[in-house]
Ligand binder design. Structure first.
Ligand code: ADP
Length: 272
């Protein structure tokens, strides 16, 4: 009898703890939705005057300026870009959270897109003494049907992180195709600072940064991975990470998509 009573008390205590945890989670979800709504409204309000500031700075850049003035205008434009990037991230996130993110679907030349991504990031990595390699498996189709801008946004985010957090060694982008479930798998592996094991699961949360606080060394907003993971999920795929602190990180983006064969120039129908 004693044993039974003890076990039923344990069950009750467990139920209470579960209910408490659930209501804490609900409270946290409501607070997070309110925060995201608030940020969306503010971002929208800031974006219009910010665009006006950037347009004015662009006009100013075209006027006759001395070296020092030109530098100041450049600083203005760089800061404007950062701010508009942040506003767009907040707006994207709130759109995703409200279930209002609309995906496009069009044919994208995969090798061309990966090539231009490489050309963009290779010099930035090289500036830190880091080698960027893009390895595309021969089984990867030339063209796919997907949302090109969103795919580009996710890859841009993964590469910008890899470059930001690696100051020695290499960054390797491996691209593979899984025929069985028509899936593109892109792994971005770096030999950078890595992520402590107890923080790894949380880096996909909004505004989460390993190196947070006012004295932090790296720039950024902590929104890129949250947006990228949610975009991957909306597209029916996933984004995962593995890392060893001090050795490097690997992010794997896996997305289902339709392979589209590239029409060979000679078989294309000529206009009559
Ligand atoms: P941001 O880069 O703007 O801070 P992200 O959401 O893209 O925001 O990344 C969140 C955090 O995850 C980063 O601040 C960093 O602490 C960690 N992180 C992301 N990518 C890497 C990486 N390749 N190497 C080490 N840490 C990373």
């Amino acid at each position: 009898v004693v044993a039974v009573r003890q076990s039923s008390m344990t069950t009750k205590a467990l139920q209470d703890a579960n209910t408490e945890a659930r209501s804490e989670r609900q409270k946290a979800e409501v607070a997070s939705a309110a925060k995201s709504d608030f940020l969306a409204v503010i971002s929208h309000e800031i974006r219009t005057p910010m665009n006006a500031v950037i347009s004015a700075a662009n006009l100013l850049r075209r006027t006759r300026l001395d070296r020092e003035q030109r530098e100041h205008v450049s600083m203005l434009l760089d800061a404007g870009d950062v701010l508009v990037g942040l506003l767009n991230d907040v707006l994207d996130l709130s759109k995703i959270e409200a279930g209002k993110m609309q995906l496009e679907s069009s044919v994208m030349d995969l090798r061309e897109k990966l090539g231009s991504l490489g050309r963009l990031w290779e010099p930035k990595a090289a500036a830190n003494g880091v080698r960027l390699k893009i390895e595309i498996d021969p089984g990867v189709p030339d063209c796919v049907r997907t949302d090109p801008l969103r795919l580009q946004q996710m890859l841009f985010n993964l590469l910008s992180n890899a470059v930001k957090f690696t100051d020695d060694g290499s960054i390797t982008v491996s691209v593979d195709w899984r025929d069985a479930d028509s899936r593109l798998v892109i792994a971005v592996a770096d030999t950078g600072v890595g992520i402590p094991a107890d923080r790894l699961a949380r880096i996909f949360d909004s505004f989460e940064q390993v190196d947070a606080g006012t004295t932090r060394k790296y720039g950024g907003t902590g929104l890129g991975l949250a947006i990228s993971r949610k975009l991957a999920e909306i597209m029916g795929g996933r984004l995962t990470a593995e890392s060893v602190e001090g050795e490097g990180s690997t992010f794997v983006l896996s997305l289902p998509m339709e392979a589209v064969s590239k029409p060979a120039a000679e078989t294309r129908r000529k206009p009559v």
